[in-house]
Design a protein around this ligand. Structure first.
Ligand SMILES: NC(=O)c1ccc[n+]([C@@H]2O[C@H](COP(=O)([O-])OP(=O)(O)OC[C@H]3O[C@@H](n4cnc5c(N)ncnc54)[C@H](OP(=O)(O)O)[C@@H]3O)[C@@H](O)[C@H]2O)c1
Length: 230
């Protein structure tokens, strides 16, 4: 589908990949871009309409769905990555918090906006996943589990929304150069490159984006013995 003339909602659009996505959508001719943020006052760039949207808050999401009935593209970008071991005292709280945003928040947005996408001709729903949907690291177990669940959610939504003509896209990447992994000293792909790959997938109708070499390598290794997750 075309980006030109579309009406997009990007969650977590005040910084990181979400901000770059919103900017590229505008640059490629989206008619309107709603920039969701927990604090819309932090939307510090022009050309978008700030929206108060904490994806863990049911009232925020319901209000957004009521107000934004013209949306044709939904980008479930907002996410959190707690760096904390699972075999630790506070791990239940950490895991619940990761799932509350990455899984239930994504699901809440999908539930609220699927009927709007249907009404507007199908459109597209993009879920920002990770190479860590498939592998994990010692301090990122809760994050990986939430992204694995979000991957399964994405695949289920693809089946469920096919009938209404909605393209459901799952996006995987290794390290992206944003605040989320600022403390990690390793090669990173730029958010500009990831955003461009996502928008290209929408235009060409691709359901999965492997946005960098890491995600491509991890996926290719899943059938190896031993698996890449061991
Ligand atoms: N960076 C990476 O290496 C990497 C790799 C693969 C996938 N990803 C995924 O890419 C997506 C974007 O991450 P990023 O790298 O841009 O991270 P980031 O720079 O940390 O930005 C995260 C964004 O999500 C927002 N957010 C967090 N919880 C929210 C909530 N409950 N409601 C609404 N917004 C919320 C944050 O808002 P505040 O400013 O209010 O906190 C911020 O705008 C995430 O889903 C992440 O898991 C990232």
């Amino acid at each position: 589908m075309n980006i030109e003339g579309s009406v997009a909602l990007v969650t977590g659009a005040n910084r990181g990949l979400g901000k770059v996505l919103a900017e590229q959508l505008r640059a490629k001719g989206a008619r309107k871009v709603y920039a969701g943020a927990r604090d819309p006052g932090k939307i510090s760039y022009p050309g978008v309409e700030p929206v108060n949207l904490d994806i863990t808050n049911a009232a925020d999401v319901a209000a957004a769905a009521k107000a934004l009935g013209d949306v044709t593209l939904v980008f479930n970008n907002a996410g959190v990555a707690p760096f904390s071991p699972l075999a630790a005292d506070a791990s239940l709280e950490v895991a619940r918090a990761a799932f509350e945003t990455n899984y239930f928040g994504t699901l809440r947005i999908a539930n609220a906006f699927a009927p709007i996408l249907a009404k507007n001709g199908g459109g597209a729903l993009v879920n920002m996943l990770s190479a860590l949907s498939w592998i994990t690291f010692p301090s990122l177990g809760a994050y990986s589990a939430s992204k694995s669940a979000e991957w399964a959610l994405t695949n289920a939504l693809r089946h469920e929304l096919k009938g209404q003509g909605t393209l459901v896209v799952g996006v995987h990447a290794g390290l992206i150069d944003t605040d989320m992994v600022a403390a990690v000293d390793a090669p990173k792909v730029s958010p500009e490159q990831v955003a461009a790959a996502i928008l290209e997938a929408i235009v060409t109708g691709r359901e999965e984006v492997l946005a960098d070499e890491t995600s491509r390598r991890v996926k290719a290794a899943l059938s190896s013995e031993p698996g890449p997750y061991l």
